[in-house]
Design a protein around this ligand. Structure first.
Ligand code: ATP
Length: 355
């Protein structure tokens, strides 16, 4: 039974279509990250699940019960959900303990007090119950917001950009901690983020939205290694975007012939290559296309090398470590077939070069 399910969900604001026929199931204790560029409909999906927006078309189920659509219209407070927003939305005039206790109804006051203490302890905030939100750092406020939403043991947790209000360094630490808390609680969660790396780090699965359509859902490895489109490939990580043409079942491209994935003879194709799928060799007699190093950036754990192919095309290669050929060096390029994706040519795809 799905913890949360969307069936044929479409939504529009006036004339603006925000979601188109979305089908998505989130299993019990599964964490799914909903990603996509700004305006693709992520927050709309979350607000519809929460009941903060009235569903236009389709059906939404929580724990196997229809909460919206098919005549159902369960109000937000009766949906058995917890919500975490990017601004944390803590009540400023209430203490931490009062904030967490706000949604707790069961048991005696003493029971509730013990639960609040236990939860604060679990997130490393023992003794913080009497403080007010303005006395806490951003990361601490985020933890309180998370605990507040988990306290009533909701069936589904909905998190909208929960880390975007935090600075980069703090974000990684808080993200890690949040993930552990969600796993410990066995939470079913839908996490909205525009950050693909964050989604890959946190999600059991990733669902990618493009202009209101769900274009792919799968494990992080599936969507990264087998993207359904050039858009998904580019959204999930850097790519070199080249062009090719199918000849005798292979796509002839600036890096060499690559598998054409069954595309038709003579068809023009986009050839996308992950920078980490390119390997450089400084032996001029080695196999592979010739290129010249025109720049490099040492990033610590890896280095980015900019190359100009003999035909003028530019490429970026990501090399492990810090040892790279120097600018001006002539190299040969090889590629991992698994890091090359071939799609029918779409000049208007986001990120496509205007070639
Ligand atoms: P972001 O990452 O920028 O928050 P998003 O993927 O969450 O974007 P939504 O907020 O769901 O996207 O918006 C989807 C579309 O619906 C956008 O075109 C947006 O302008 C429009 N939209 C969202 N909320 C409203 C509203 N209340 N009234 C009118 N249009 C809206």
């Amino acid at each position: 039974m799905a913890g949360l399910s969307f069936r044929g969900v479409s939504h529009a604001y006036g004339g603006v279509t925000a979601l188109r026929d979305v089908d998505l199931d989130i299993g019990e204790a599964e964490i799914v990250c909903l990603v996509g560029p700004s305006g693709c409909g992520k927050t709309t999906a979350l607000r519809l699940a929460a009941g903060l927006e009235e569903l236009r078309d389709g059906r939404i189920g929580i724990g196997g019960v229809t909460v919206a659509g098919d005549g159902a219209r369960v109000p937000p407070e009766a949906r058995d959900i917890g919500l975490v927003f990017q601004d944390f939305a803590l009540f400023p005039h209430m203490t931490v303990a009062e904030n967490i206790g706000f949604g707790l109804r069961d048991g005696t006051a003493a029971d509730r007090g013990r639960r609040i203490e236990t939860l604060l302890d679990r997130v490393g905030l023992k003794g913080y119950g009497a403080k007010f939100p303005h006395m806490l750092s951003g990361g601490e406020q985020q933890r309180v917001a998370l605990v507040r939403s988990l306290a009533p043991r909701p069936r589904v947790l909905l998190l909208d950009e929960p880390f975007s209000g935090l600075d980069v360094r703090l974000r990684e630490e808080v993200r890690d901690r949040t993930l552990r808390i969600l796993r410990d609680a066995g939470a079913t969660a839908l996490v909205v983020t525009h950050d693909a790396e964050e989604a890959m780090y946190m999600g059991d699965r990733i669902a990618v939205l493009q202009r209101g359509r769900l274009v792919q859902a799968g494990t992080p490895a599936e969507v990264y290694r087998r993207p359904a489109s050039a858009f998904v490939a580019k959204f999930l990580g850097e790519v070199n975007w080249l062009h090719g043409i199918v000849r005798e079942g292979r796509a002839a491209s600036p890096i060499g012939d690559v598998a054409a994935g069954g595309l038709g003879e003579g068809e023009r194709v986009d050839v996308l290559v992950r920078p980490e799928g390119l390997h450089l060799c400084d032996d001029p007699g080695a196999a592979g296309r010739g290129a010249r190093v025109v720049g490099r950036h040492v990033l610590g754990h890896s280095s980015l090398v900019t190359l100009r192919l003999d035909d003028g095309n530019m490429l970026r290669a990501r090399i492990a470590g810090q040892r790279t050929p120097p600018p001006g060096a002539d190299v040969r390029i090889r590629f991992d077939a698994a890091a090359v994706f071939v799609f029918p040519c779409h000049r208007d795809a986001p990120g496509a070069p205007n070639a």
